[in-house]
Design a protein around this ligand. Sequence first.
Ligand SMILES: Cc1ncc(C[n+]2csc(CCOP(=O)(O)OP(=O)(O)O)c2C)c(N)n1
Length: 388
Amino acid sequence: MAEKPVSKVRSGQSQAEIVEAFSDVDEARATGLRQILDENGRALAAMPALSPTDLVRMYEGMLRGRLLDEHLLTMQRQGRIGLYLDARGQEAGVIAAAHAMAADDYFVPALRESAAALYRGLPLRTYLAQMLGNANDLAHGRQMPGAVGSRASRHVIGSASVAAQMPHATGLAWAARMRGERAVVVGFVGDGGTSEDDFQSGLNFAAVFKAPVVFVCQNNQWAISTPLHNQTAARSIAIKGLAFGVPSFRVDGNDVLALYAVIKDAVDRARTGGGPSFVEAVTYRMGAHGPSDDPNRYRDPADALAWQDKDPLLRFGVWLDAQKTLTTEAQTATRQRIDEEIRAAIAAEEAAGPPTVASLFDDVLAEPSWLLDEQRAEYLRLRKRRRS
Ligand SMILES: Cc1ncc(C[n+]2csc(CCOP(=O)(O)OP(=O)(O)O)c2C)c(N)n1
């Protein structure tokens, strides 16, 4: 019996497409640095289409993230919440992506993108209930601290496994396309994550199957104590995307307008069948990796100081003031209003107290089960006996 041909694709066909993907223009986009606002908040290039209302909303979204970080870091130190990883300095990428997305799109965060959930509709009180793991928390405090999620806002609960977001984002995007939805997925990864196998798998599968996904790498220069130069010998992180045949862009990660312009284009391209894109946001982790980390042991303090001048909030604020879209005085009033909002929400959620012990048995199975009912009753009986 004659053997069936395994493929109907002519050999050499895909190679031609790969060669095309490596044009000089593509390479320049993946190794240059796209900016709209310079470090002093001066405009260098054409503005993306954003109304004054959009701009103010984006500024508020970034500021809310910053203020929440400050409160929650203090609360972590005081033992009022568990693990907390902050995003100070990285707010531009988070809010640019959130603003570029439609309500039905999915956000797949890495470790520091919780502010996007708030921006896309998660109420502050619900967010804080999750952070505290209190009685109002839908997950009854069982979720890893700091990993917020929202089904309604399509914000996927963060995975602690570095770069797992890449195949998760690709899978979600591919599934959405198979279901005939118009949804696009935006997935985040850190510079450390780009050395993981999941990074390759996620990018490759998305590229081959043209999944509607946009990957954003927050290149904050450090993966705990590993500096970027020990992470990769590539000319940039974005250039890695070209090897997979994915349009890739290196952008100033502290310039919310440049990030928005690039991510919005990428989201539109994905939605209209153009497949995935990869965006490297060049930024800086202003704080420690996490509560058990002391960056002064491995990082030159002068470096951190130099990056303070590139603060994404400061830069955006200077430009907004110059445009009279949001004056410095209005920015101060906004800060005060949001801070009060946060303080009131924290007080209300702390007052809710921890989940009941009996809730340990809730939601374990979709349907009520006599076995769980028995276990709950037995557990409560033993607790009572130990206490009496
Ligand atoms: C697969 C895996 N390996 C190692 C870790 C431990 N770990 C947690 S965060 C982290 C560094 C991540 O760096 P990066 O991806 O650059 O993200 P950043 O923390 O800078 O936001 C490491 C190694 C992990 N969580 N998962």
